[in-house]
Design a protein. Structure first.
Length: 111
């Protein structure tokens, strides 16, 4: 019991003096510890960057889906506006005498 209490006292004293690493013999592995710490910090930082990028990709994917829907709606409207019956109705609404041709267009022959 006396040895244990003496060891604890020595450990506490060395902690306060700042030479605990030297007493434990960890000073030989200090660079390894620093290297491991740097690797852990780099892994966490890269993980955060990947999360940020994936979040931005998801937001952009939602925006693209909305834009695709908008584009499809506008394309449908353009196709509807280009239909012959719609054009006739618009012309009638505007009071125009122009109608759909009843006979094919005349061609001019070369001599």
């Amino acid at each position: 019991m006396a040895k244990i209490s003496a060891s604890i006292k020595n450990i506490v004293k060395s902690v306060f003096k700042g030479d605990i690493l030297l007493r434990l013999g960890i000073d030989k592995y200090f660079l390894h510890i620093v290297y491991a710490f740097v690797l852990i910090v780099a892994a966490v930082w890269i993980s955060l960057k990947v999360d940020t990028t994936l979040t931005r990709v998801e937001k952009n994917r939602k925006v693209l889906e909305e834009l695709e829907i908008y584009h499809a709606e506008r394309t449908g409207e353009m196709v509807q506006m280009g239909r012959l019956s719609t054009v006739e109705n618009h012309l009638k609404d505007l009071g125009s005498d122009v109608t759909v041709p009843t006979e094919p267009a005349a061609t001019i022959e070369r001599r």
